[in-house]
Write a protein that binds this ligand. Sequence first.
Ligand code: TYD
Length: 195
Amino acid sequence: MTFEGLDGSGKTTQVEMLRSHLEEAGRDVVATREPGGTELGERVRDLLLQGGEVSPWAEAALFAAARAELVSKVIAPALERGADVVCDRYLDSSLAYQGIARGLGVDQVLALNLSAIRGILPDLTFLLTLEADEAALRGEASDRIEREGGEFQRAVETAYRELAAIFPARLVALDGSRPPEEIAKEVRDRIQDLS
Ligand code: TYD
């Protein structure tokens, strides 16, 4: 399962709530956060988020490199031993931010990522929808991409809605403005059909 949405949309809270729920049910759970989660991924994270401007394709390729490492070292081994994997961002972040908001093209960024992730797609992706202006009110912009400002964040918000229309079977849009417990219940109901 993956969680997607703008910074401030509540992804991290939902990942933690789902992780606890699954662990309480006795399941082996691995939770990841992108970019990062491996030694290489953390170094790429610094390059991407704390450095200066990065050209769009270099940005897409670096996110894909960090993701390839995460799949190879963490996600694929976890799935092989039968664990549940819950991800705070995955390939849809690249499709929304780089593919649509930066204008590189969904198909092009998808092709790059499908190779990087060896075709390992989520069974379900929860998109926490929230207006960009509301998301911005929930926290300080802490990295280079968040600091790009309202117009870019609004483009990402629209991009996620487009993705939900492109991948209706995999992407479930949930209203992120509701209380966390209400959203978590809907998530639990949805994943019941998977197991
Ligand atoms: P973010 O979720 O803010 O990380 P954290 O909550 O751990 O600080 O992700 C960092 C930023 O990177 C965020 O603004 C979205 C952006 N991003 C992309 O542009 N493309 C991607 O593929 C990913 C994973 C993130």
